[in-house]
Design a protein. Structure first.
Length: 111
């Protein structure tokens, strides 16, 4: 039986498949393909975060998103620590999301 996936997978997935006496068919992506597939994977994981209702599963999906963000940062010659530092600086400048503020509209007298 053949199952088609055509998607980026974690590094040990081929080994895990082989250990189940199945044959993974893979190839290595070039940098442009890799970036594109990481972006697709980020969207896939985002959808899984949104769709899950179980707290444990949600944390697993968020962890998957972090791995993808780490890989995307690496493509920019940055680390997750660099990303977190930028997030920290943005939080200092603009705040975080802890206060749950929902902006409905802005009214201006300037036309």
């Amino acid at each position: 039986m053949e199952r088609i996936y055509n998607k980026l997978v974690r590094d040990r997935i081929p080994e895990i498949i082989s250990n189940k006496d199945e044959q993974p068919i893979t190839h290595i992506l070039n940098d442009e393909e890799y970036k594109s597939e990481l972006e697709k994977k980020l969207l896939e994981e985002y959808n899984e975060v949104i769709e899950t209702t179980n707290s444990t599963d949600r944390i697993e999906e968020l962890a998957d998103m972090i791995e993808i963000i780490k890989a995307l940062a690496s493509l920019e010659d940055k680390t997750i620590e660099d990303v977190l530092e930028v997030a920290k600086q943005k939080a200092i400048k603009r705040g975080g999301f802890e206060e749950k503020i929902f902006l409905e509209k802005v009214i201006s007298d300037n036309n």
